[in-house]
Design a protein around this ligand. Sequence first.
Ligand SMILES: [Zn+2]
Length: 325
Amino acid sequence: MSINKIGNGLAVGVDIGGTNIRSVIVNTNGEIIYSLKVPTLAQQGKEATIKRIIDTIQQVINQSRVNPNKLRGIGICAPGPLNGKTGIISFTPNLPGWKDVPLKKILEDKFAMEVVLENDANAAAWGERNFGVARGVNDLACFTLGTGIGGGIIIDGKIYHGADYGAGEFGHMTVNKDGPRCNCGKYGCLEAYSSATGIKNRIKNRLKKGLKSEFLNLSQESKVDEIKLKSIFEAARQGDKLVADIVEEAINYLGIAISNIANILNPQMVILLGGISNEGEKLLIPLREEIKKRTLYTHYRSLKIIVGELVDMAGVIGVASLIFD
Ligand SMILES: [Zn+2]
């Protein structure tokens, strides 16, 4: 394990998102030596995005001025579905035109280095487990709460991938059989309630029906996308009728999902990253109540529910450190 191994060496970590590509150089202590962020410009198509990924890796290597001989490999994380074994990204909703892209092979051919490919939520879980809030924790689940909701599972100190690399899709856990439509096309998924997109879609639906917000300037639906989650939570706390129960349900359904995971996997820790987890204790207090209500006493007793500390760097640090393992 990288945390126990004293060694030198560096790895490149890359996080391919729908908006930005982040590329970093990480050492064996999980410290970022150099970091670079460029827009993905996904709408320019697959080939252009792949070229941008390659250019960004080259740039981070050049600009950091690290000794290239010290580089041991490149770790890439992206939202799936992807297969780390075959190195193929099957598709990713935020990158139009991507279908069965053999990204691992493309980058190995280009850079003549080991390349690992990992789902971004698994990578974030691994980052927190090795260098963040979960150091030394062998059984954990990590919820990445952003525009969507991802999940990473670590069992016995190893990332759990499932039969076809698809494990940990926490966002598509059904939490209400009669719930709203999710980005995946199904109904009642956690993501439709507790992701930033889910919360905002529900607000838009209410505006369409003519409901008004007392505290938020939401004259049109288009304004909803600009508004920060923080403001929505604040309005809910002030008692804004338009958003109060949407926020309450976002927390309740997240609690139900965490409780399901806790009852099934009995983890030591559940880590929350991004999105509504930025609310910190204001989220954690009602969330813990909900989880406590629904989780077996024996499972709740030993469970830590905690916000991650590597924030939006958890994925790149985690995936780069896979090179050292
Ligand atoms: Zn879904």
